[in-house]
Design a protein around this ligand. Structure first.
Ligand SMILES: [Zn+2]
Length: 333
């Protein structure tokens, strides 16, 4: 049993309360390798932004949970070395799908876990989320639960009205589970193809897809039911066209990739939304940088010569998100 406090990590409780009150959101960036972690910590340290290091089930399988935990511990030391006196770094399990998985993360030093039982019937979602929250709270680990179903590449179902979180359920759900934050479905979606072309309109000038807007009415209704309660948005990459263009210009093939416009995320950050998950955008930034090197310098075979530019592109992306989209810069001095 390792407690996250001994690793210099923090849970999300105070961080979220401040973010809700202050009208900004905390970035949750997924990582599964060293370059991604370096870029996240450099960006957070430079901007003095609280940050959530997010580990998915896939990342655990890819990189090994133990190694990732030591990397997060190393990240705290690295942040201090970069001159960030009081780093506020959360190590969070993304989309935990069982009690056992969440428990093993709590036991090994994660400071926050998500239990995603949103695909289960309502009462089963409550029972499992409560079980995780009861366990995690013994160690002061915070818990994110989910209500409503997001569409996306991991889900064959298209985003329809009926999949949005139902505001009339949120009070019952949050009080009975004891969760610390709630991931909701208001039109965001996982992956780089968040919407089918037929769900979008097309900009006549550029020929690019314009996605349907987020359901701010549903979000505001949820906020009214749970004043001040921390809300989380998953699937919130914006799929910047410049990365897609670089990828496609250098041998890639990502037709009609589309994300959530950043203005809408900025707007959401001002509400009770206090955590915004960004994963696809960093995948795109890395891939664009690496493809460019491979295409322009076919003789290059030193991994540092393409992972280095990928890391630099990630850092630029993260700083942009922190400063211009989420508004969390300077909130962790
Ligand atoms: Zn997610």
């Amino acid at each position: 049993m390792v407690n996250y406090k001994d690793l210099g990590l923090v849970n999300t409780r105070e961080m979220f309360a401040k973010a809700v009150a202050g009208g900004y959101a905390i970035p949750a960036f997924n990582f599964n390798n060293m370059e991604q972690l370096q870029a996240i910590i450099q960006a957070a340290a430079e901007t003095k932004s609280p940050v959530i290091l997010q580990v998915s089930k896939g990342a655990r399988n890819y990189a090994n949970q133990t190694l990732l935990r030591y990397m997060a511990e190393g990240a705290v030391a690295y942040a201090k070395e970069l001159g960030w006196e009081h780093p506020q770094i959360v190590l969070h399990l993304d989309h935990g799908d069982s009690f056992e998985l969440c428990k093993s993360c709590v036991d090994m030093g994660f400071s926050s876990v998500m239990i995603d039982a949103s695909s289960l019937p309502y009462e089963e979602n409550i029972a499992l989320s409560k079980k995780v929250a009861d366990y995690a709270h013994q160690y002061d680990v915070t818990v994110e639960a989910e209500l409503g179903v997001l569409a996306g590449v991991e889900d064959e179902v298209a985003a329809e009205e009926s999949h949005y979180t139902r505001p009339e359920e949120v009070i019952d759900f949050s009080s009975r589970t004891g969760c610390d934050s709630l991931a909701i479905s208001v039109g965001t979606s996982h992956g780089a193809y968040k919407f089918k072309p037929e769900q979008c309109t097309r900009d006549p000038k550029t020929g690019r897809l314009v996605p349907p807007p987020l359901a701010f009415d549903v979000l505001h209704e949820i906020e009214k039911k749970l004043p001040g309660f921390p809300i989380v948005l998953h699937g919130s990459s914006s799929v910047p066209q410049e990365y897609v263009d670089i990828i496609n210009e250098h041998g890639g093939k990502l037709p009609d990739a589309v994300g959530i416009p950043e203005e809408q995320l900025r707007e959401a950050s001002k509400s009770a939304v206090c955590k915004i998950n960004i994963d696809s955008d960093s995948r795109l930034a890395m891939t664009a940088a690496i493809r460019k090197v491979f295409d322009e310098k076919p003789g290059e075979f030193d991994p540092r010569k393409y992972l280095g530019p990928a890391r630099a592109a990630l850092k630029t992306l993260y700083i942009h998100k922190i400063v211009n989209v989420l508004g969390s810069a300077g909130k962790a001095r």
